[in-house]
Ligand binder design. Structure first.
Ligand code: DAT
Ligand code: MG
Length: 201
């Protein structure tokens, strides 16, 4: 086991930035150990439940074709959410009809399905405090013309039929969509070790 003193001695050989980062890391780990929790396990039950809210985000075929996957993932990571599931799929009309079932009677339904099945989607489950509402705000209005700059649709799209990304619109909707696109075994429960610094414990 590497002792703290040896670790500090070793660090002197690295750049100041690496020294600062490593010292912060060392402090964080020892703080977690001293306070007897594994990434915030002593949080109240309600806080923990809120922190485990999940939503379905999908980069649509236009977003994948335009190589926007990385930038979209970056925004959710940057905000402080945790990725718990991710896959690339070529979606069938069957799953898309179920996903967009509420829009079945809309005149654009058929073209929506054709477009959504025209190329790969990157489907993800993100977890975190208030993630459903927060991600709707990050994504912006359905029609990119109304989506403010700073939102994903406001920054990357111009037309309602090519609005780059999907986000569940309610907690109930998110649960249904997650079950539609993912098997429970493909969603990972993992401890994100900055959790005690992103929500109140
Ligand atoms: P959102 O994706 O913001 O939840 P929605 O659920 O009302 O919006 O619609 C699903 C998708 O259908 C939307 O992202 C793009 C497409 N769509 C909605 N309204 C449309 C319209 N008037 N013309 C063409 N496509 C439309
Ligand atoms: Mg919707």
């Amino acid at each position: 086991m590497l002792q703290p003193r040896m670790f500090q001695t070793l660090l002197q050989h690295f750049s100041p930035e690496i020294q600062r980062t490593s010292t912060r890391l060392l402090f964080g780990v020892s703080h977690a150990l001293r306070h007897g929790h594994r990434c915030g396990l002593h949080q109240s039950k309600a806080a923990l439940q809120n922190a485990r809210e999940r939503t379905l985000i999908a980069v649509k075929p236009d977003g994948v074709q335009r190589r926007l996957v990385g930038q979209i993932i970056h925004r959710f990571e940057q905000r402080g959410f945790k990725l718990v599931g991710l896959k690339m799929v070529q979606a069938s009309h069957g799953i898309l009809s179920e996903h967009y079932g509420e829009l079945r009677t809309k005149p654009f339904f058929h073209s929506l399905l054709t477009y959504m099945s025209s190329g790969p989607l990157v489907v993800m489950v993100w977890e975190g405090h208030n993630v459903v509402q927060a991600s709707r705000k990050m994504v912006g209005q359905t029609n990119p013309a109304e989506a403010p700059a700073g939102t994903i649709r406001g920054d990357f799209s111009v037309h309602v039929s090519r609005n780059v990304v999907h986000a569940s619109d309610s907690q109930e909707g998110a649960q249904k969509e997650i079950q539609l696109w993912f098997q429970a075994k493909d969603l990972l429960d993992w401890d994100c070790c900055d959790q005690i610094y992103t929500i109140e414990v």
